[in-house]
Design a protein around this ligand. Sequence first.
Ligand SMILES: NC(=O)c1ccc[n+]([C@@H]2O[C@H](COP(=O)([O-])OP(=O)(O)OC[C@H]3O[C@@H](n4cnc5c(N)ncnc54)[C@H](OP(=O)(O)O)[C@@H]3O)[C@@H](O)[C@H]2O)c1
Length: 267
Amino acid sequence: MKVLVIGAGNMGLTYSEGMAKSPLLNRKNLMIHDVSSDLLKKLDEVSYYDTFYNLEDCVADADVIFIAVKPYHSDDLFARMKPMLNDQQIIVSLMAGVTIENIQQGLDIKKVVRTMPNLPAKVGKGVTSYTESKEVSRVELLMIRNLLDTTGQSIRVKDEDFINKSTGISGSGPAYIFYFMASMLEAAKKMGFSDNDSKVLVSNTFEGAVSLFNESDLTPEKWMDRVASKGGTTRAALDSMDDNNVKQLIQDAAYAAFNRAVELGDE
Ligand SMILES: NC(=O)c1ccc[n+]([C@@H]2O[C@H](COP(=O)([O-])OP(=O)(O)OC[C@H]3O[C@@H](n4cnc5c(N)ncnc54)[C@H](OP(=O)(O)O)[C@@H]3O)[C@@H](O)[C@H]2O)c1
């Protein structure tokens, strides 16, 4: 199997690195195309990949083509790629808001997997939601899933509405966690901790809580009950959050991202 990644930016390179380091692809089976020749020169130094400045030199050879350009570059890219494709090739789109139908029509191709990646893929802890057009076979889908899993875990969702919903939870989600972390860091500094101590306190608290959650069967509510005793300090903090409706505000934020994803898809 030969894979081509188009767009060697944040996401394209993240998935390329994941695939290159996995046993799934041998050297010479991962190709990268980008419009920046300087970027490609730098990638040549790493030597994991075969790099291509001209689309014509790589598209026809690929069985699977990951598209990782910004959505506003897609029309131009599709127009250039369309004459080079055949109907057995599979397109895997990492682009937010570009629908399967847009891709099928833009490229005159049938087999499309649409994904919603997230940023922790950079450190092998990403979660990618994906859904596919009906022409993608089970075997092909399994192969794509294995490729996606090289950056973390993936979940198959039943339709594109759930791709937009994933945007509200996991796609945009890392920023919600950073928001919470930034708020805790500010509180720690206001209390007088140094920058470094604040960072240690906050980052270990996050990492420790996530590990506890992952290594047990307990729900977050049960963990909160374990930490918060009646009349104690944690209860005071959780009551303050409940009084200020923080849970509802976080859910509103997730819905705001979901609704925006739907709007972008309609534009
Ligand atoms: N970053 C995230 O957290 C995230 C999360 C979910 C989904 N996504 C999706 O991932 C996709 C890529 O985002 P990104 O953050 O990785 O973007 P990026 O860092 O800007 O990377 C895109 C790369 O593609 C290049 N490019 C532009 N037009 C091209 C063309 N016609 N052919 C080949 N290469 C081309 C760009 O070059 P120039 O810089 O010269 O334009 C750039 O090097 C987007 O569609 C985005 O919606 C990103």
